[in-house]
Design a protein around this ligand. Structure first.
Ligand SMILES: [Zn+2]
Length: 477
């Protein structure tokens, strides 16, 4: 049996019963945590010295489009409309199945290196069956725990590999059988239906995509209420629409949500769905502030994501810190700064939960990941505390220290399902190979488009134009 003893770490368990243990060991057998406590009497295990380290659960990113890693930072000064024009309607078309493999494999390693042990990968560039197969292969080879989402979005290709929605649905069923028959595997399946903008007047198209997830018994990740209608400024009321169609449920993870009315927030709380916010892209691209305060007030399990590394880094410490500070500012604004005298709203502990145990709850995996708890999967990371950026840290508030001070550079060691994938600052995988593959994909995608200057297609500025492009793009619409 494979046994590993992580010795003498400052354990931040995120398990309400265990709490923080300033000096403790963690025994891992195969893929699970079996025991946590001081001075465990174990002699036959491989030892990882965690002296001068915080040991915490692996971070969980519940919203990322990993495939866009091949276009790192191209969106750095873009709006949401620029993003739709530049990536969804343009660059997406230029990705081959090989490019998808490179981006997914590299993206899996990038996440692991940064202490992110689980990603919900919203894979919405499945232009051919091979795009799907290769994106899944890249993830499986990377060793990242991933919930891979079968995205229904359709870039406006000239020739389509799928001639109808029925073909897309059948292919999803085939993939579920071929690639995801083992629900205990590291990479599992979910479904991401198209946004309501692409449904047209008849909801049947969208409903079929939701029903597929229920048929396959997999969760749903869905962009909704991200903005108001471009031309009219009207609220989209996507959540109310799902409610009318009887499609709300606890298997949903709703993403973005800034433009959500109070009656819709109550519908989300009542149906037991989770939510995911992406501070970098929301704050930048007019999706406005992450709805941390609303979710917290109603007790809706909330979680966070990097969204797109074509815009911002995949560093979840930064995403969570941004969420924490924005939520504090919004709350303090509501109460006119009154609380300045007695501490601030929301703590580092809250933010760390949003990236670990609460994220696991939001995506329905609370029994499996999200905390260091005997019986759960051994997904964890070690942060060095004797480095220049951490030495002298506040032992009385480890979560506050992590959330206010750490970035991905503090991640020393990472374990996923009991397997050490990064140790003493070094990745186990051949990262140079992954970087070469990604650089090659980057160059090829850009050259097919005609260079970075040609990314921003001129599509005009109306919703109808996008909708008509999307509709004409799909013969089965
Ligand atoms: Zn997204």
């Amino acid at each position: 049996m494979n046994r590993t003893l992580i010795k003498n770490g400052h354990v931040v368990s995120m398990d309400p019963q265990l709490g923080n243990l300033p000096r403790a060991d963690i025994l891992v057998e195969e893929d699970r945590i079996v025991e946590i406590g001081p001075d465990l009497a174990v002699t036959d295990a491989q030892v990882i010295d965690a002296e001068n380290c915080i040991v915490m659960p692996g971070l969980i990113d519940t919203h990322r489009h990993i495939w866009q890693g091949a276009l790192r930072a191209v969106c750095a000064d873009w709006s949401l409309l620029d993003y739709v024009r530049g990536i969804r309607m343009n660059a997406a078309l230029a990705f081959t199945a090989d490019d998808m493999y490179a981006a997914q494999y590299h993206g899996g390693l990038e996440a692991i290196d940064a202490g992110v042990t689980t990603v919900a990968d919203y894979c919405h560039n499945l232009n051919t069956p091979d795009h799907a197969y290769e994106s899944i292969r890249g993830l499986k080879e990377s060793g990242l725990r991933t919930i891979w989402s079968y995205g229904f979005n359709r870039p406006p290709l000239e020739e389509h590999a799928f001639s109808s929605l029925d073909e897309r649905l059948s292919f999803a069923r085939k993939l579920a059988k071929e690639e995801f028959s083992d629900s205990s595997a590291l990479v599992t399946m979910s479904v991401s239906p198209e946004e309501t903008l692409f449904w047209g007047d008849d909801p049947a198209r969208g409903v079929a995509q939701f029903e597929l997830a229920r048929e396959l018994n997999v969760p749903l990740f869905w962009h909704c209420n991200s903005s108001t209608e471009l031309n009219t400024g009207k609220r989209l009321r996507d959540v109310a629409r799902l409610n009318e169609l009887g499609l709300l449920g606890p298997d949903l993870v709703l993403v973005h949500l800034h433009s959500t009315d109070m009656d819709e927030w109550k519908m989300i709380a009542d149906c037991g769905a989770g939510v995911s916010f992406t501070p970098d892209t929301e704050l930048q691209m007019g999706m406005l502030w992450p709805s941390t305060v609303e979710a917290h007030t109603l007790g809706i399990p909330q979680s966070y994501g990097a969204d797109i590394t074509s815009n911002n880094s995949g560093d979840m410490f930064i995403a969570l810190r941004m969420a924490l500070q924005v939520a504090r500012c919004r709350k303090l604004e509501q109460i006119n700064g009154e609380q300045l005298k007695i501490g601030v709203p929301y703590t580092g502990e809250d933010a760390l939960a949003w990236g670990t145990i609460e994220a696991a709850r939001a995506i329905g995996l609370e029994d499996k990941i999200g905390s260091l708890t005997p019986g759960k999967q051994a997904d964890l990371l070690l942060l060095r505390t004797d480095s220049l950026s951490m030495v002298g840290w506040d032992r009385s508030n480890p979560a506050g220290t992590i959330m206010s001070q750490c970035t991905a550079r503090n991640v020393d060691t990472v374990m996923i399902a009991g397997k050490v994938v990064k140790q003493a600052g070094h990745m186990k995988a051949d990262t140079a190979h992954a970087c070469r593959l990604l650089e090659d994909a980057h160059e090829k995608v850009l050259s097919r488009i005609g260079g970075a200057e040609a990314l921003l297609l001129d599509l005009g500025e109306s919703d109808e134009k996008f909708a008509s492009i999307a509709a004409s793009a799909d013969p089965g619409a």
